[in-house]
Design a protein around this ligand. Sequence first.
Ligand code: OSB
Ligand code: MG
Length: 370
Amino acid sequence: MMHVERAELRVLRLPLVRFFETSFGRQHERELILVRLLGDGLSGWGECVAEADPYYSAETTTTAWYALRDYLVPRLLGRRFEHPAEVYAALSQVRGHQMAKAAVEMAAWDLHARRLGLPLSKVLGGVRARIASGVSVGIQDSIEQLLEQVAKELAAGYQRIKIKVKPGWDVGPVEAIRARFGDVRLMVDANAAYTLDDAGHLAALDPFGLMMIEQPLDYDDLADHAELQRRLATAVCLDESIDSVAHGRAALALGACRVVNIKPGRIGGIRETMRLHDLCAGHGIPVWHGGMLETGIGRAHNIHISTLPNFTLPGDVAASKRYFQPDLIEPGIEVDPDGTIEVPTGPGIGVTVIDERVAAATHAHLVLGS
Ligand code: OSB
Ligand code: MG
């Protein structure tokens, strides 16, 4: 029985080690919300993946703060839960706000696993002790810079390279990577930068043997993705378009993708992740774990979740030092030369949060409950 006695919400701002650029812009800083649930002398951590601006998703740190403070945390405070799988249902009266829901739901999973004294991966039924790691390389100022970044990541051992693309930065960069690095595992992510009118142009990527093309079309579209998939040899992977298990089911029914990027934050947390994971497995659709420039807290969750059996492709779950120096946890997440990350074996998410670093980056702080 898990008792939720108190919740702490924080807004943090952390500088990124290096800027990150996607089809919707360049970012130098990560603003994020941390959720801590306390009960029975223990605490569990969750990290909200919403960003400061509504460019990747409609949810932002501002909307998540509002949803958590006024609607979500009040539905959990003072309550007892047999299991964290009950938490998502306790929030179901609130429509949407998946990222806010996920942050508090994931904190409940951490709290539960810590109460049991078990690593989160064991509680979830994970099947591996190490996960395969890939990187997401942002849009660069030049091809030379891109090749330099890719060379560095390959030397570090990462098992696959994803590059961000947009109109004007797509076939050229892919061609340059193939010319320089040969047959490496390579994919692209457009973050919704194209339309179906670009189908012919996107088909020019087919000869390069990409693992997949992620979210080429609009953020809420399924029908055009299904049509595009029929016209491409390359597998389409959906990210933004699958913001719930229901939309995942619709995507599979329509044939809108052959691969799914799962970000628990995008679909409402760990219980929903398990449902989408199982649904995809039943359709023979592989999944991989996406990333949202998380600190070590969200990253640790992602590692545990990536141990579920159908996470068969390397995810965007990489080393702490690519993002934050220092990270909020100690030791930071490290990637071995074989491109794998060890799953933490301590209770819960199994990482140590450094309170002073959290405090130093905090711009707003709110305690709810006793
Ligand atoms: O589309 O996968 C994406 C980061 C922020 C928002 C959206 C995305 C990303 C990434 C980075 O690709 C993944 C990571 O390294 O955390
Ligand atoms: Mg993406």
